[in-house]
Design a protein around this ligand. Structure first.
Ligand code: S3P
Length: 440
């Protein structure tokens, strides 16, 4: 294990969250801004870009393939698009680190973008990404005519072969996944005919929204999303809102820490992302949306959260895809609620950056909470959180969730393996310390 992986958070027990903060830009939208800007004709100016390791991995992939992208400064960068077929052969394999969104979206995008070129591309990742399932994208891509190889276990590295022309397919997704949907739509841009994806439940629709913003026609009808291949993207400016997934830690922290009152500024409240607000409100949270507005095709609001007494609930399954990245933090809220919280239908949590059901159940139990993992969810009995030492398993979202637990714990919490917080929220420690936590 490298020293980096041993990075530890020491979080002092207690605290109250207050003030007004802006968390960094949305990770999903930041990835897509680079991808679409790179393939567009013209110059795309991006603001609000998340300068986290995952997004920088995507940025570096396109630089390695000849796209001119300026260094992000205060969230601003400029992409000079090379057009749909302008990517060049990279000198070596492309390392996307911890980023599942990069590898899954790029598998489709690159299958298309090099479908008329005679070179291959290899995508690699870190030890966590190298264990995550890729057949969910490579199988349907194969149906479209692409050739993307995985290793024997269906995991990265991915080898994408150039020169394989694509044909549109009608694909019924077996799981609710925005990454699979986006992968196929991006491949579909290059396919002959129509590519259609049916999703079993609504998932984040940033790809569809941004494609439209770049002038590409996309039809969405009740979870059936189609586009015709062969078109082009026209550069446009993108203003990225703050990430609701990063805001979540502060929403949960302020809810559980008595006396808290915090405002999270300029947060994206796309209806496909607000499961966390719906779930916390069902549990009794005080969350107010202020100054609701539209920013470049995405809804945005300031979110004011005051502390509140929570009660355990059975989490409605239709909220699961809408809150998929927020469950580690929601489990901390459930640990502070009166009664039992039950989550079902969330087996996807087991194949995220870590097995988030097991890692959170283990950590919460160590902190004195009755948390029982089930195959597709968890049962949590609210109680008193104690101090202790927990392992985030290199998962940014479990690390930040455990940090919030310290606000109500009766002694300090030490969290192991926290370096990956930098993948999505490099300023987490600074903002946390500014708003009422004490983390070193
Ligand atoms: C993402 C989709 C989700 C989410 C991930 C980002 C995206 O993954 O968990 O953090 O940007 O499309 P799945 O598609 O695997 O649900």
């Amino acid at each position: 294990m490298s020293n980096e992986n041993k990075q530890q958070f020491h979080v002092k027990a207690g605290g109250v969250l207050s003030g007004s903060i802006r968390v960094p830009g949305d990770k999903s939208i930041s990835h897509r801004s680079i991808m679409f800007g790179a393939l567009a004709e013209g110059v795309t100016n991006v603001s609000g870009f998340l300068n986290g390791e995952d997004n920088l991995a995507t940025l570096n992939v396109f630089r390695s393939m000849g796209v001119d992208i300026t260094d992000p400064v205060d969230g601003k960068l400029k992409i000079t698009g090379v057009g749909m077929h302008g990517l060049k052969e990279p000198a070596s394999s492309l390392d996307v680190g911890n980023s599942g969104t990069s590898i899954r979206l790029l598998s489709g995008l690159l299958s298309g973008a090099i479908s008329k070129q005679a070179f291959n591309v290899v995508l690699t990742g870190d030890s966590s990404l190298s264990q995550r399932p890729m057949k969910r994208v490579t199988d349907p891509l194969k149906d479209m005519g692409a050739l993307v190889e995985t290793n024997d276990k269906g995991t990265p590295p991915l080898k994408i072969h150039g020169g394989k022309s694509l044909t549109g397919i009608e694909y019924k997704m077996p799981m609710a996944s925005a990454q699979v949907k986006s992968c196929l739509l991006l491949a579909g841009l290059y396919a002959q005919g129509k590519t259609c994806v049916t999703e079993p439940a609504p998932t984040r629709d940033h790809t569809e929204r941004m494609l439209k913003g770049f002038g590409y026609k996309v039809e969405s009808n009740n979870g059936h999303i189609c586009l015709e291949g062969g078109g082009k993207l026209t550069a446009t400016d993108i203003d990225i809102p703050a990430d609701i997934s990063s805001a979540t830690f502060y929403m949960v922290g302020a809810t559980i820490a008595e006396g808290s009152d915090i405002t999270l500024e300029h947060v994206g409240i796309n209806p496909t992302r607000i499961g966390v607000i719906n779930i916390l409100r069902l549990m009794g949270a005080s969350i107010e949306l202020q100054n609701e507005r539209d920013v470049g095709g995405e809804p945005v609001a300031d979110i004011r959260v005051k502390s509140a007494k929570l009660k355990g609930i059975k989490i409605p399954e239709d909220q699961v895809p809408l809150a998929i990245d927020e469950f580690p933090a929601i489990f901390v809220a459930a640990s502070c609620a009166e009664g039992e919280t039950i989550l079902t239908g969330a087996e996807e949590l087991r194949v995220k950056e870590s097995d988030r059901i097991q890692v959170m159940a283990d950590g919460l139990q160590l902190l004195g909470i009755k948390a029982n993992a089930t195959p597709d969810g968890i049962k949590i009995q609210g109680g008193q959180l104690h101090g202790g030492q927990v392992d985030s398993h290199g998962d940014h979202r479990t690390a930040m969730s455990f940090a919030m637990a310290a606000l109500v714990a009766d002694s300090d919490i030490i969290i192991d393996d926290c370096a990956n917080v930098a993948t999505s929220f490099p300023s987490f420690l600074t903002l946390a310390n500014q708003s009422g936590l004490t983390i070193s």
